[in-house]
Design a protein around this ligand. Structure first.
Ligand SMILES: NC(=O)NCCC(=O)O
Length: 417
């Protein structure tokens, strides 16, 4: 039987689609936004974007023009470069507090079979032009992806990848410190940390580097995944740094590392400590989490009246030895495709389009931090939160004799006549 266009689509064997998915694109486009804009009539695309991305103060986010030197770096090194602006209402008593924020997503540089030091140094070289582009664009606060200085080898369970772990003031931090100093930029640098003073304990840590190149502090990943191939609990422990907010020259920031984005209380805690921007440096793959990706961080931005920067790795990382994860799947040598798609969300429910699904990228946005308080005043989520109800519930839930509060219908088992 000859296949109609409809049933070819349904069976998923559309040639273009297959080609598209192979290279990490979405049906040949580098993001959902580009797919929609290329295939919808302009007025329909505008309406779809309004619903999907929201409006900031009644209109779509404006794109900002970056210096020619930043555009030249993006062409020369073939990375996606996009820039937007979130605005806030003008206030009578406060000046605007506009900061320029950057997010970087990238693939690794050398095969995972290369000597470890070469792999790490090659990532430094790959990142340098992206950080230079952020510097040339006047970015104030920049965040890199989770464990940016190594392949995301935690699927393998092999212990040799622990060699990548470094002290907080190690080589990767020093590389970033120099650029932070050069560009007067705060840089959030998520690394695999080795705590040499505490029995060589390994952590998944974000190091916060101030705009003078100083180390302001660190935060360790609170929630460690045990899902699919994310065998991270083999390598490091649940963080012990709480929910710190770092007061930087450009605003109060916090870091919710990857899997922590599935935990609403984790987001809440950073908000309670006064965060204005929360970064979510991540490493996640399409099959597992792509439908969740555009929702969770954006919801956190709305619920907690702060900005969120979501960053995901790019590409497929192939490891030398096959592994399984006890889920019945045949042995394999990669996690699947890290789908990039980094984006920024605002407390007013607006968000930027995402970066590419398969290319390295730098996403830049201006944001007026006054928007956080304006949204608190408008929606009153923190005022109406009734935290005392939850304190009581959580307090009793944590006791061994906790009984769930369930009121059963006394007629539950009555047979209907
Ligand atoms: N890196 C990490 O925590 N990944 C877990 C998978 C996910 O949360 O999507």
């Amino acid at each position: 039987m000859e296949k109609t266009e409809e049933n070819r689509k349904e069976s998923g064997d559309f040639e273009e689609e297959k080609k598209g998915f192979r290279d990490g694109s979405i049906c040949g486009y580098d993001s959902l936004h580009h797919l929609l804009s290329a295939n919808l009539q302009p007025h329909i695309f505008q309406e779809v974007s309004r619903v999907l991305l929201g409006f900031n103060r009644g209109k779509a986010l404006e794109r900002i023009v970056l210096p020619e030197s930043a555009n030249a770096l993006s062409s020369e090194h073939d990375f996606d470069l996009q820039a937007f602006s979130f605005s806030a209402d003008k206030e009578f008593l406060r000046e605007p507090r506009v900061v320029r924020v950057g997010l970087i997503q990238n693939s690794i540089s050398l095969p995972t079979t290369a000597p470890f030091l070469d792999q790490k140094r090659a990532i430094f070289q790959k990142l340098k032009p992206l950080i230079d582009a952020a510097g040339a664009s006047g970015v104030n606060i920049l965040c890199l992806q989770e464990a940016w200085m190594m392949p995301f080898a935690f699927c393998t369970r092999e212990k040799r990848w622990c060699e990548f772990a470094e002290p907080v003031d190690g080589e990767s931090t020093q590389f970033v410190q120099e650029l932070a100093r050069k560009y007067n930029m705060v840089i959030v640098s998520p690394i695999l940390e080795r705590d040499v003073n505490h029995g060589e304990t390994i952590w998944n840590t974000a190091v916060i580097i101030g705009n003078h190149g100083n180390i302001i502090g660190k935060h360790r990943k609170n929630h460690i995944p045990r899902v699919g191939d994310f065998n991270e609990s083999t390598y490091y422990m649940e963080g012990n740094t709480g929910h710190p907010v770092f007061e930087t020259a450009y605003g109060k920031i916090a870091i919710n590392i990857c899997y922590g984005r599935h935990h609403p209380l984790n987001w809440l805690a950073f908000g309670l400590n006064g965060a204005e921007i929360v970064f979510n440096p991540s490493a996640t793959v399409g099959e597992l989490s792509e439908p969740m990706w555009p929702i969770e961080a954006r919801n956190a931005a709305i619920a907690n009246s702060y900005f969120v920067g979501s960053i995901n790795r790019v590409g497929t990382e192939i490891f030398p030895n096959p592994f399984t994860s006890g889920d019945g799947k045949p042995q394999h040598t990669d996690f699947g495709h890290f789908y990039g798609s980094s984006y920024l969300s605002a407390p007013d429910a607006s968000c930027t389009p995402s970066l590419s699904r398969y290319k390295d990228g730098l996403l830049i946005s201006d944001m007026d931090l006054n928007l956080c308080r304006q949204l608190k005043d408008k929606w009153g989520f923190s005022m109406t939160a009734r935290y005392e109800l939850y304190e009581e519930l959580l307090g009793s839930y944590l006791k061994p004799n906790f009984k769930p509060q369930v009121i059963s219908d006394p007629l539950l088992h009555k047979k209907s006549t």
